[in-house]
Design a protein around this ligand. Structure first.
Ligand SMILES: Nc1ncnc2c1ncn2[C@@H]1O[C@H](COP(=O)(O)OP(=O)(O)OP(=O)(O)O)[C@@H](O)[C@H]1O
Length: 433
């Protein structure tokens, strides 16, 4: 009787799951994946493995292709080739990872051409191949496109100057980490998603013990949203020139301090001398380089030199640049090209001119450049992100509305240090690690 009841309960559970599956999949896709998608895909992976690997030529015969029949040598294909050994598929956020042991003579490249077939057979969005251990490959499947509507998992551990701004196409979080790449270039045509990305970044940096500065020559229209959290906002070229000169002076003072304390960076300074990291956000950088009159030329020259100095000296001294623009071509002058070389982190949204994409990615990776040029009008917020180690990926920022950004900036306004004088005593609140 008890066994029958258990069977009925199990059947009811399965029916409920199947009944609610379409709704779950639409609204709570991570829950759907854990409860239904993952187990069903595991069964599919197991059931199709032998046939797939045989059809794709990845299963190999353990018996020789020749045998002796009486006094004759007979050649042929052995009947049951052995598929490469499949490990236990491990659940991951929105996908699964499974390790495969290679047969002797096989290399990861043999599996590369099979990835497309695996994607179809397992009915997943993508399958990627990694090989971290000799003799093994890992097949990593993603159930759906993580860039469709990025939801960033809750982060327990936060680090200063590190901002989770979206998701990467392989399902990992997209991090803009100024400690890893000290300066960033973000380009994109109008309505491509630049401001949304900057808003996502400021939302993450706002609770941290970081001084934020803004330079926005479009009358401060974009960055004034975060004005409560900014230590200073320059909205004209004269203000920008003054602010940059002051920041260069601050950087030089830090350099002096590090030298006298025998430290190689502000992070090596003793806590009582520690200086607060600075992030300078420049929106629409082309405006800084435009020249109409002779006087402009001197001002542009000074701005260009100071930006370059900050980019060259700032990394170890906790002064970081985030340069954003619609059009950032070499036609803006040699200062821009020299500055670009110092901006290790790159983000390229959809762009309307080839020169800007070339400026953002051309010197890093030609495939990344081609991928950026394929981003369509409908893919707002999608970008190619790359750094100088040549790695690049498609990514999409979290959709942070101007209102959300304004509210966050207001909430953490008390963390905006007065300028000048960014010395930090003991941090009392905010992330400062
Ligand atoms: N990550 C995203 N997810 C969903 N929608 C997005 C995303 N990023 C941007 N969008 C949409 O695209 C619109 C334009 O984005 P945004 O204002 O960031 O573009 P922009 O490149 O800064 O444009 P402009 O240079 O004209 O200011 C936003 O209003 C939003 O609706």
């Amino acid at each position: 009787m008890l066994v029958q009841l258990l069977w009925v309960a199990l059947l009811a559970l399965v029916l409920i799951l199947l009944g609610t599956a379409p709704g779950l999949r639409r609204t709570y896709h991570y829950v759907w994946w854990c409860l239904l998608g993952y187990p069903v895909t595991v069964v599919r992976v197991r059931l199709t493995w032998r046939r797939l690997t045989t059809n794709l030529g990845l299963a190999v015969a353990t018996r020789p292709g020749r045998a002796l029949l009486g006094d004759m040598v007979v050649r042929g294909d052995p009947l049951r080739p052995v598929p490469p050994r499949l490990g236990v598929p491990k659940l991951r956020r929105g996908g699964l990872d499974v390790a495969v042991r290679l047969h002797p003579g096989q290399v990861p490249d043999h599996f590369l051409s099979a990835v497309e077939a695996l994607t179809h057979a397992w009915r997943v969005h993508t399958v990627r191949l990694f090989s971290d251990e000799r003799g093994f490959v890992t097949l990593s499947a993603l159930a759906w496109d993580p860039l469709r509507a990025p939801v960033v998992p809750y982060q327990l551990k936060r680090r200063v100057l590190r901002a989770v701004v979206g998701l990467l196409e392989d399902g990992r979080v997209w991090v803009i980490d100024f400690r890893k790449a000290p300066h960033w270039l973000i380009v994109g045509a109008t309505r491509s998603g630049k401001s949304t990305l900057v808003a996502a970044l400021v939302k993450e940096l706002a609770p941290q013990r970081v001084a934020l500065f803004g330079i926005d020559l479009k009358g401060g229209m974009e960055l004034s949203l975060f004005e409560d959290r900014l230590s200073a906002l320059a909205s004209t070229r004269v203000e920008a020139a003054r602010l940059l000169a002051e920041l260069v002076a601050e950087t030089e003072a830090r350099m002096q301090l590090c030298r006298s304390a025998g430290a190689r960076s502000i992070w090596d300074l003793p806590a009582k001398l520690r200086k607060m990291p600075i992030v300078v956000i420049v929106d629409e950088v082309a405006e800084l380089y435009l020249m109409a009159t002779r006087e402009d030329k001197a001002e542009v020259g000074e701005i260009s030199t100071n930006l370059l100095r900050l980019s060259q000296l700032g990394a170890a001294l906790g002064v970081h640049l985030l340069i954003a623009g619609q059009r950032v071509g070499s036609d803006l002058g040699p200062g821009v090209t020299a500055l670009r070389a110092q901006l290790a982190g790159r983000v390229c949204h959809r762009v309307s001119d080839a020169g800007t994409a070339e400026m953002a990615l051309g010197d890093l990776n030609k495939d990344a450049l081609a991928a950026a040029q394929r981003i369509t009008l409908a893919e707002q917020g999608v970008a190619i992100t790359a750094d100088t180690d040549g790695q690049w990926l498609r990514a999409r920022s979290i959709h942070v509305t101007p209102d959300q950004a304004r509210r966050t900036a207001r909430k953490y306004a008390r963390l905006a240090p007065a300028w000048p004088g960014l010395h930090v005593d003991e941090p009392s609140e905010g992330v400062y690690v």
